[in-house]
Design a protein around this ligand. Structure first.
Ligand SMILES: *Cc1c(COP(=O)(O)O)cnc(C)c1O
Length: 397
């Protein structure tokens, strides 16, 4: 079955009423016929039919055994780390999502879990960095904001050989483009806040386990810790998933056009997008995903915060905001926003230059988006030229 059909028909018709949309079960508890005798639900932290529908849908889409829905992407990530024990080590991609870095290092560091960061875009680095205590390998592909690509199948082989779990944060690709479990990963996590929800109107997280044993452990952790997704937000994510394939296709097409256009703009230095043949791991991206996603980053020839600020404050369609994956185009300046807490030298050496701008390319007509960027880049360029002219005039005097 094609992905489009599979996604649309992964959403069940309500068995009780025939409702074509999944009903919202806004209830805290379920009446029992006798103690312990119920219709499959007892208390809504442990299970809710609307949340269960979403959990089944995401398990099907990622082709895993068990889905678990959380109140945020970070709550989903947190549940995976709770599979570990004190003394265990995580080997993680160096360009990891900032929130995951904070959780691993500053929270779980206190409980005796150690994290080693490495550039997983080169498989050899992973091979060299695993230790006998590595119990979890953590990758994102593509990463944020420099769109690094790691080879999921190759890293899965290393994880298997070392008897440790591989978890892939599949937020940027979504199951419409990439299915890590089929490539050998054990766990997939999502910030459903992004492409799965797709409309910038909720915060949610999902975990999918490859097998039931791991799935049961994650469900146990969720019930014990309590970070569940509400029935209404579960319903919103399901509604988002209905159009996932269509949206992601258009995000990819728009992003590819924007990335190609940026590449030839005189004010632009580097363009980061896995769909460009100039991307270092373009072939790996092509091998493991059906498309390259909706996020594009670029740097300016005038590599300064001021020039980037000029760009991000002068677009009209691209709205200045953190987050990505929604219908409306967004842009952000990582050095002053998402990556502000990282010391400047460390940030720069991770490839996040002072002028790096990240775009979440939305679903507007792509010509309008390009015209919007052209206008903002033009203002940034003329400002830079004015500064340069002043400097020269200053030198002359
Ligand atoms: C946004 C994001 C997260 C965190 O998800 P929240 O829903 O904001 O908690 C994790 N990983 C990636 C790659 C993200 O983009």
């Amino acid at each position: 079955m094609s992905t489009a059909t599979q996604i649309i028909h992964s959403i069940p018709v309500d068995a009780q009423t025939g409702a074509i949309a999944v009903p919202i079960y806004q209830t805290s508890t379920f009446v029992q016929e006798a103690p312990g005798v119920n219709k499959g639900y007892d208390y809504a932290r442990s299970g809710n039919p609307t949340r269960a529908a979403l959990e089944d849908i995401i398990a099907k889409l990622e082709e895993g055994s068990t889905g678990v829905a959380f109140g945020s992407g970070l709550a989903a990530i947190d549940a995976v780390v709770k599979l570990l024990e004190s003394g265990d080590e995580i080997l993680a991609v160096d360009d990891i999502y900032g929130g995951a870095f904070r959780l691993f290092t500053h929270i779980y560091g206190k409980f005796g879990i150690k994290v080693n960061y490495t550039d997983t875009t080169n498989v050899e680095n992973v091979f060299n960095a695993v230790t006998p205590n590595t119990k979890l390998i953590w990758i994102e592909t593509p990463t944020n904001p420099t769109l690094k690509i790691s080879d999921i199948a190759a890293i899965a082989k290393i994880a298997k050989a070392h008897n440790c779990l591989l978890c892939v944060d599949n937020t940027f690709a979504s199951p419409a483009l990439q299915k890590p479990l089929k490539l050998g990963a054990d766990i997939v996590v999502h910030s459903a806040t992004k492409y799965l929800g797709g409309h910038s109107d909720l915060i949610a997280g999902l975990v999918v386990a490859k097998n039931k044993e791991l799935g049961d452990k994650l469900k146990y952790i969720q019930n014990a810790s309590g970070a569940i997704l509400s029935p209404f937000d579960s319903w919103l994510v399901i509604r988002g998933i209905e159009t996932l394939n269509l949206r992601v296709k258009q995000h990819c097409a728009n992003a590819q056009a924007v990335a190609g256009w940026l590449q030839q703009h005189p004010a632009v230095d580097k363009v980061y997008y896995p769909g460009l043949t100039s991307h270092i791991n373009h072939q790996v991206a092509k091998k493991q995903s059906k498309g390259f996603g909706g996020v594009v980053s670029f740097t300016l020839k005038n590599d300064s915060e001021q020039a980037a600020t000029k760009v991000v404050t002068n677009t009209r369609l691209f709205k200045l905001a953190e987050s990505l994956g929604g219908v409306k185009s967004l842009l952000c300046h990582p050095a002053q926003m998402t990556h502000k807490s990282i010391p400047a030298e460390k940030r720069r050496s991770a490839g996040v230059a002072d002028s790096l701008v990240r775009l979440s390319v939305g679903l507007e007509e792509v010509e309008d988006l390009i015209a919007d960027l052209d206008h903002a880049l033009g203002l940034a360029t003329s400002a830079a030229e004015a500064v340069a002219a002043q400097t020269i005039a200053g030198v002359d005097r």
